[in-house]
Each structure stands twice: as structure tokens, then as C-alpha cells.
Design a protein around this ligand. Structure first.
Ligand code: PGA
Length: 242
């Protein structure tokens, strides 16, 4: 595992974008695994700028997003799909047919999860997966206690995660209680993983994930078992790693 500690969020965003850009240039037909949340917003901004300056193209790239609330309409102001359109998809040259998302309106959840796994398999898996980390150590919406062997599945969000996400919805009551997420097993199959952590609130989770035992109680700790992980943390998030 490679750990890069950077001074602040701006530098984290710049470094993360540089890694994504370098991988996209190496392999224009790259399969990217993408994350939502506050952490990658700066990275997406950098990617959009790089695209506008002609430094990177996504015209042959494929994307899979990690997770989506359930139930939620795709055009709901706080759906992850809408977030991705605003932050990235609508501003770069990604082909609509190569953007993959879990459908928060799917009637048959099991079928939806199998569809997603089949699509992942059909493109040969993810080349570069971007991850954030939850305050409770979750990755995607794989909450503490999620078995490592699970593929894409439906989860009940923990109270802590719903509270953390209430800032986007305005009130806790409006946060969906479930989500669909790629599982730990799906994530671990990615060839390369980039984990981003910013801010003091992530310090305990990051220390537990990187320095603690590999345990389902801290989902991100599974990354210790992956052969190609880069962690970029700002100083605030890295403060308990010493
Ligand atoms: P955040 O969420 O980037 O909004 O902090 C990360 C996560 O919960 O995985």
C-alpha cells in the first residue's frame, strides 16, 4: 500500500486527479470505478479542467459508480446519479452508453445487482477504483459488519451514515434508509484502488483501516489485502497514522 500525505484538500484533489489522468492516458479504454460524496468533488473539478485544457479525454472510457440510494429516482436532486452528472459526466466527453449506474428505482433488487455484476464482468472489471472512506470505515455503502465476500447488494444504512448524509438532504427524515452498493468482493477485484481521505473526521477511520487488524468491523481495512492501493490523505485525516 502506498500512502501519500498531502498538506490539504486542494493538494489531495490535484494529486488524485493526476493519478486518474495518468491512468486514462496509459489506457484510453480504461474502466473507472467512481465514488460520490464530498471528498472527490475537488478531484472531479480538476478532471473537468484537465479535460477542458485538452490534457485528458474520456471518450473511450467506461465508468461504474459504487453505489446509489434505494429507493431514489435518477433525477432526484440528491441521487448519486444526478451528483455525477453535475460534477463530471455532463462536463466531459464520456459516452452515455458507457456510464454504468445502479438503478435506485429497480423493482427487482436482486436482478438489478446481478445485472450490475454481469456488466462489470462483461467489460473485464475495473481498472482504477476511486474510494472515499466513511467516518465508520465504510467503503461504498459497505457498512461495518458487511461480509467481505459480498458482491453488489442492497444495504440498510446505519444511523451514523444517514446522519452524515443528512447534510445533503437537508433533514435526516429525507435520507433514504437503504442503498445498493458494489460489495467488498466487487471492489477488491479492481486492478488498482485510490482511497481518498480528507479532514479530521476521517482520522480515526483511516488509522483503523490502515494500521488496525483486517476486520469486517472496519470495511476499509480489507484494502490491506489488495496488491495495488494508493491512499491519499491530507494532514488532518492522517493525524493518527504516526
Ligand atoms: P464523504 O463520504 O466523501 O462525503 O466524506 C465518504 C464516504 O462516506 O464514503
Amino acid at each position: 500500500m502506498k500512502l501519500e500525505i498531502v498538506p490539504d484538500y486542494a493538494e489531495l484533489s490535484r494529486r488524485a486527479a493526476e493519478i486518474v489522468i495518468a491512468e486514462c492516458r496509459k489506457r484510453p479504454q480504461i474502466v473507472l470505478g467512481l465514488a460520490t460524496g464530498a471528498t472527490p468533488i475537488g478531484m472531479y473539478r480538476q478532471l473537468v479542467q484537465a479535460y477542458q485544457r485538452g490534457r485528458v479525454s474520456f471518450s473511450r472510457a467506461t465508468t461504474f459508480n459504487l453505489d446509489e440510494y434505494y429507493p431514489i429516482a435518477p433525477d432526484h436532486p440528491h441521487s448519486f446519479r444526478r451528483f455525477m452528472h453535475q460534477q463530471l459526466f455532463d462536463q466531459v466527453d464520456l459516452a452515455a452508453e458507457r456510464i454504468h449506474f445502479l438503478r435506485g428505482t429497480a423493482a427487482d433488487v436482486e436482478r438489478e445487482c446481478s445485472r450490475y455484476e454481469a456488466e462489470l464482468e462483461a467489460v473485464g472489471g475495473i481498472d482504477l477504483q476511486v474510494l472515499g472512506i466513511g467516518e465508520n470505515g465504510h467503503i461504498g455503502f459497505n457498512e461495518p459488519g458487511t461480509p467481505f465476500h459480498l458482491k453488489t447488494h442492497k444495504v440498510a444504512l446505519t444511523e451514523q451514515t444517514m446522519r452524515a448524509n443528512a447534510r445533503f438532504f437537508g433533514s435526516l427524515a429525507d435520507v433514504p434508509r437503504h442503498a445498493l452498493t458494489m460489495g467488498i468482493c466487487s471492489i477488491m477485484r479492481s486492478r488498482k484502488i485510490l482511497l481518498l481521505a480528507s479532514g479530521e473526521k476521517k482520522a480515526d477511520a483511516l488509522a483503523a483501516a490502515l494500521l488496525g487488524p483486517v476486520t469486517e468491523a472496519v470495511p476499509a481495512s480489507v484494502l490491506q489485502l489488495h496488491p495495488d492501493v494508493t491512499v491519499i490523505a491530507d494532514k488532518a485525516a492522517a493525524q493518527r497514522l504516526a
